[in-house]
Ligand binder design. Structure first.
Ligand SMILES: [Zn+2]
Ligand SMILES: [Zn+2]
Length: 166
């Protein structure tokens, strides 16, 4: 039985990549887990192999660690944190690619990073949609979402129902 599958080979690459990153970033801890994630302040969780995108996903989580920004109060800050992590990831990736120790890194893929950010943009869009009139709400520094349309009615005494925070 021929059993040389691409995922297996990629997994070997990502394993050796993680080993090298662990040496280059000794302040952080790289562990494997069910999904790619970052556990502040130092733990980078490596999820299952995603083929050629695996290095980008690994560097994205490293980007979270390097950016040192991981707390957010407002939904829009979450998007900012994700964008920042991709920025840091790209910088670290470029630094690794010029060194002789990472000959296996494919070119950086901005489109992939943008696609990943789109999932957060969609999330923010969904979250900010007023459940009553579908107008885009805004989140105040008190974390409460307000709909400009429904709240206008409320202030004029025409609308007594206060939309709950979604
Ligand atoms: Zn992220
Ligand atoms: Zn509304």
């Amino acid at each position: 039985m021929v059993c040389i599958s691409t995922p297996r080979r990629n997994l070997a690459v990502s394993n050796s990549l993680v080993e090298r990153l662990q040496k280059d970033y000794p302040d952080f801890r790289f562990i494997s887990g069910r999904r790619f994630s970052f556990r502040p302040p130092k733990t980078i969780v490596i999820g299952p192999d995603e083929g050629e995108k695996t290095p980008l996903l690994i560097f994205h989580e490293l980007g979270h660690a390097l950016s040192k920004r991981y707390r957010y109060d407002l939904a829009v800050e979450r998007l900012k944190i994700e964008a920042l992590a991709w920025q840091e990831a790209k910088k670290a990736y470029a630094a690794c690619r010029v060194s002789a120790r990472y000959p296996d890194l494919p070119p950086w893929d901005d489109d992939f990073a943008e696609d990943q950010l789109d999932t957060y943009r969609d999330w923010l869009h969904q979250k900010s949609k007023c459940p009553f009139c579908k107008t885009t709400m805004y989140q105040g520094s008190d974390k409460i979402w307000r709909c400009p349309y429904c709240n206008q009615f409320k202030s004029q005494g025409l609308f007594t129902y206060c939309p709950p925070t979604p």
